[in-house]
Design a protein around this ligand. Sequence first.
Ligand SMILES: Nc1nc2c(c(=O)[nH]1)N[C@H]1C(S)=C(S)[C@@H](COP(=O)(O)OP(=O)(O)OC[C@H]3O[C@@H](n4cnc5c(=O)[nH]c(N)nc54)[C@H](O)[C@@H]3O)O[C@H]1N2
Ligand SMILES: Nc1nc2c(c(=O)[nH]1)N[C@H]1C(S)=C(S)[C@@H](COP(=O)(O)OP(=O)(O)OC[C@H]3O[C@@H](n4cnc5c(=O)[nH]c(N)nc54)[C@H](O)[C@@H]3O)O[C@H]1N2
Ligand SMILES: [Mo]
Length: 767
Amino acid sequence: MRRNRPVPADTAQDSPRIDQPKTSAAGLPAVLNSVRQVGEHAGVRRGLPAMLAVNQKRGFDCPGCAWPEGDKRHRAEFCENGAKAVAEEATSRPLTAAFFAEHPVSELAERSGYWLGQQGRLTEPLLLEEGADHYTPIGWDAAMELVADEMRALDNPDQAVFYTSGRTSNEAAFAYQLLARQLGTNNMPDCSNMCHESSGSALGETLGVGKGSVSLEDLHQADLIIVAGQNPGTNHPRMLTALERAKKNGARIVTVNPLPEAGMREFRNPQHPGGLLGRGTPLTDVFAQIRLGGDLALFSAINRILLEADDNGSPVLDQAFIDAHTHGFDLFAKTLLGEPDEKFWARVERDTGLERSLIEEIAAMAIASERTVVCWAMGLTQHKHSVPTIREVVNFLLLRGNVGRPGAGVCPVRGHSNVQGDRTMGIFERPAESFLDALAAEFDFSPPREHGHDTVNAIRAMDRGEVRVFFAMGGNFVAATPDTHVTEDAMRRVGLTVHVSTKLNRSHVVTGTRALILPALARSDRDIHEGRDRWITVEDSMSRVHASHGVLPPLAQGMRAEVDIVRDLGARLFGQAPVAWDSFADYDVVRDHIEAVVPGFEDFNARARKRNGFTLPHGPRDSREFPTATGKANFTANGTYAPEVPPGRLLLQTLRSHDQYNTTVYGLDDRYRGIHDGRRVVLVNPEDAAELGLADGSYTDLVGEWSDGRERRAPHFRVVHYPTARGGAAAYYPETNVLVPLDSTADISNTPTSKSVVVRFEPDSGL
Ligand SMILES: Nc1nc2c(c(=O)[nH]1)N[C@H]1C(S)=C(S)[C@@H](COP(=O)(O)OP(=O)(O)OC[C@H]3O[C@@H](n4cnc5c(=O)[nH]c(N)nc54)[C@H](O)[C@@H]3O)O[C@H]1N2
Ligand SMILES: Nc1nc2c(c(=O)[nH]1)N[C@H]1C(S)=C(S)[C@@H](COP(=O)(O)OP(=O)(O)OC[C@H]3O[C@@H](n4cnc5c(=O)[nH]c(N)nc54)[C@H](O)[C@@H]3O)O[C@H]1N2
Ligand SMILES: [Mo]
């Protein structure tokens, strides 16, 4: 059996070098870095056409983040990190059978994710036979028959798990969920379970729609934008353009973050000569350097100030909106005002690490603002109390009627470029009854009604030996999920693991008894069928659906479109009735089925062909209609909670460097934070470091603490004294996923608490 090594062998070369963190983002270095990345990986012949087509009208949707494009496009509508994402998939290096003949899986399992990703694009189907140590080529027909055989042999369809990562197109996602449900299971975990599930849970309950309610235009028009728990300079760089525009229109920006992230300080817009060469736009007006997990306390404190200010005579609340459109105000207000002042503020100052006067300043800005937007990402969603925290953000916006009018609303900034679309297409382990009814009517079959496994529960089921087939549509399951050693052992208990992938990753080398790699076409690739180019659609973070056309000739003949892979499997398993699987070769047919099943897709084929696509309906945004259980927007009473950290410990958040896309590592620098040539670093506040005896530049082991008492150790991290909020530390994912306990998840959403891991520091045990 292949064993878990604590750390890949080649990370020994990881030797971080530290300089000063930057105080602004983008500018010329970002452009130069983009050009270098594209040149190195894709070369001029593939790289240049790809960069000119990304986010253009007849081009493809950037495979990076889900930030929307504006109606007016620049010639080069991309950012540094979009360029890296494109360079990564448009690489000119093919991975062939010769590579796998040379490198046994036991060797690949010792390599870092960075090294694996650098080897090139997967180009042909590969099989790892039981007991074998090498992947060997297998034809598509044999590969698909093998998967079909394994699925036919299940005693029960719930022995299959179908994972989805968020790059999958709408068309592929729709076909994929149909396949799983035709087989008879809702076991459809996805990356969203680890990402914005807390947003979906909180928004669904309070507003009735689990998606953001603002457009780009709303951001441009806002008076006040609060950006909490998000690092857009790295993860959504084009958002900085929208923030810059809002600033120029007079908006004020509050940043809530334990880290002073360069992108929120100043933006040098690479699309303008001024921004390119020097002068930038300062973005943040007020920086609330909050303790990890302090956001529930912060928003409840702001809300209490708003309620009290209103009681003092001046109208602060939008009473007409509250009366007409909301439910639960009285209980919410009574609960929030219930605690005596002194006790309340002592707790808030402790939980947030912020001074009361700063919170009062933010509340005053909120009262002065007629149009307020709150943006957030993983800093809010990956805590035990994420759902109550986001519900409290909703309370904040409801108090002044900041939902369903221009310049105002909720803005959960999504991660993967089509993660929102995948959910719209039915990739969900807990599908709505109405969705299943529509699916049943369209295809004349009975989809399963029992809820399936989300990501964490899928790992538990694997661990119990209940999963015989694990099928992944993209992603890197074992590296992205928590508790690496637990998860890897669980994955090894699966009979057959199948990965539809573009690049080699850890999940290809930590496998079930048998494993298949099925190479897929990516966003940038032309998808040619019977001589004609096909195109797909995606949905961005602001519910706009639009077309994406690949432009590059595929690197090899052996790669298949994701829809074709699903179609082939569907036809083998079920024939052509009731689902006419062969007809899915024409994506217009798939889109017609989507139109019939998913609300908001009327006239899909025609509207997807329009220049900018179309925006899906959203009751709260469009007409202040709230499809919740009460039929109104719900205020909620969320109580109090903040993470407890025993003395001598810190709370660790696991986050992204500037040179990675989730588990895909592009390089070893985190330029804005001043970290170079290495990833095994832990950022600690100098005062905490002094108390804990952690000298700057020394090496330490990080040891996770959790109630099960199991040892979770991430060895050999370089200590970096860094101005993060007290009590917390930061280190990169996925290296630190060994520390995140599988059972430490957010209440309600079951999202792993990746931003909230109690760690202690022990002497460096080396690599
Ligand atoms: N280049 C690039 N782009 C990406 C990705 C990538 O890996 N690389 N990933 C994509 C995906 S899937 C996603 S989900 C998004 C992720 O986008 P982000 O959420 O921006 O990603 P993280 O690096 O996890 O950063 C979390 C931020 O929240 C802050 N934070 C952590 N804990 C707290 C807290 O308790 N309170 C507050 N207020 N702040 C906190 C951190 O200091 C950090 O600034 O980006 C997407 N875009
Ligand atoms: N500790 C910790 N853990 C986290 C997080 C965190 O902040 N901290 N963040 C979580 C979040 S927000 C997310 S979204 C998840 C991400 O989890 P995943 O989505 O599972 O992970 P990725 O690293 O994005 O997946 C990368 C792989 O996807 C494949 N791929 C890329 N493009 C395509 C394509 O077009 N088609 C196909 N078929 N395959 C493709 C490539 O083979 C590549 O190796 O990780 C989560 N895990
Ligand atoms: Mo994500």
